[in-house]
Write a protein that binds this ligand. Structure first.
Ligand code: URA
Length: 193
C-alpha cells in the first residue's frame, strides 16, 4: 500500500470527529490496491469489521467476495472502503452528522486512488455520493458526475434478506468489469441519467 494511503489509515484510526469513535473497537480504513481502477464503497463497518479493523470481512463481505470473483475481480486488485469508517451501534444506518464528519477521509482516499469508476454499494453510499435513493430501481446504472464515473449496485447485505439479489449483484459486477474493459480499450460507454 502506498505511503499516502498509510497517512489516511493513520488519520482514520486516530479520528475522534464524531461519537462513533467512542463506541468503536477499531476504526476501519479502506483496504486494497492504491492503483486500482475501481473503488467499491459500502455503508459502514459491522461487528466483524469493527473487531478486525478491515472492511467487508463478515457475512456481507463473503457475499461481496463471491460476486467479485464471479465477475473476475480479486480483492487484492481492487480497493474497498465505506462512507463511514466506524461501526454505528447495533449496525444502525449512519446519520448525517457521522457521514459528514467522515467525508474528508473518503475524499482523501479517492483523491489518491483516482479510480476510473466508483462502485456504489447500496443506498447509504448512493445517497451520500450522488444524493440518490431507491437503489433497486437505479442499480446497474453508470452515471457521470463532475467528470467522475459511478456504477450503482445493491449492497451485499441486502442479499441476506433477499436471496434473489445474489445473482443481480453478480451480474452487475460482471457488467462493471465489462465497462472497465471498455474504458481500458478506449471504447466509449453509454451513460445513464
Ligand atoms: N457493510 C458495509 O457497508 N461495510 C462493511 O465493511 C461491512 C458491511
Amino acid at each position: 500500500m502506498s505511503n499516502k494511503l498509510d497517512g489516511i489509515r493513520k488519520d482514520v484510526t486516530t479520528c475522534t470527529r464524531c461519537e462513533l469513535s467512542k463506541s468503536r473497537i477499531n476504526a476501519v480504513p479502506g483496504s486494497g490496491d492504491a492503483n486500482s481502477k475501481v473503488v467499491f464503497i459500502g455503508e459502514a463497518p459491522g461487528r466483524n469489521e469493527d473487531l478486525q479493523g478491515s472492511p467487508f470481512v463478515g457475512t456481507a463481505g463473503k457475499i461481496l467476495s463471491e460476486a467479485l470473483s464471479y465477475a473476475g475481480f480479486t480483492r487484492d486488485d481492487i480497493y474497498i472502503t465505506n462512507v463511514v469508517k466506524c461501526r454505528p451501534p447495533n449496525n444502525r444506518r449512519p446519520n448525517k452528522q457521522e457521514t459528514n464528519s467522515c467525508k474528508s477521509h473518503l475524499q482523501s482516499e479517492l483523491e489518491i486512488i483516482c479510480p476510473k469508476v466508483i462502485c456504489i454499494l447500496g443506498n447509504t453510499a448512493f445517497g451520500s455520493l450522488l444524493d440518490g435513493n431507491a437503489i433497486t430501481k437505479n442499480r446497474g446504472k453508470i452515471i457521470k458526475r463532475d467528470d467522475q464515473l459511478y456504477f450503482v449496485t445493491v449492497h451485499p447485505a441486502a442479499i441476506i434478506y433477499n436471496p434473489d439479489l445474489r445473482q443481480v449483484l453478480k451480474d452487475d459486477l460482471k457488467a462493471l468489469s465489462n465497462i472497465l474493459d471498455k474504458i481500458k480499450k478506449g471504447i466509449s460507454i453509454e451513460l445513464d441519467k
